[in-house]
Ligand binder design. Structure first.
Ligand code: SF4
Length: 73
């Protein structure tokens, strides 16, 4: 589901996953910095919750995006 604010949810969560799976924060930080457009970054989330309402896996997307923001921004 596209985020109305333009946040690229899958990519942001994949970088978080890379940190835990690959233990490579610097590479994930580099990719976050250069491969995502400004509006696609976690910091652009306005916490409207629309994505969570339709997420079939009940992922706490807003909390995870906050984590991404805390690590990369
Ligand atoms: S909670 Fe954040 S990521 Fe989810 S739809 Fe709203 S602005 Fe987009």
């Amino acid at each position: 589901m596209p985020c109305p604010s333009g946040v690229n949810i899958p990519r942001n969560l994949s970088y978080l996953n890379d940190i835990f799976m690959l233990d490579d924060v610097e590479n994930a930080r580099f990719q976050y910095g250069v491969l995502l457009l400004p509006e696609e970054k976690a910091g652009n989330c306005v916490e409207c919750g629309e994505c969570e309402e339709v997420c079939p896996q009940n992922i706490r997307i807003r909390e995870m995006l906050k984590e991404v923001r805390g690590i990369f921004e």
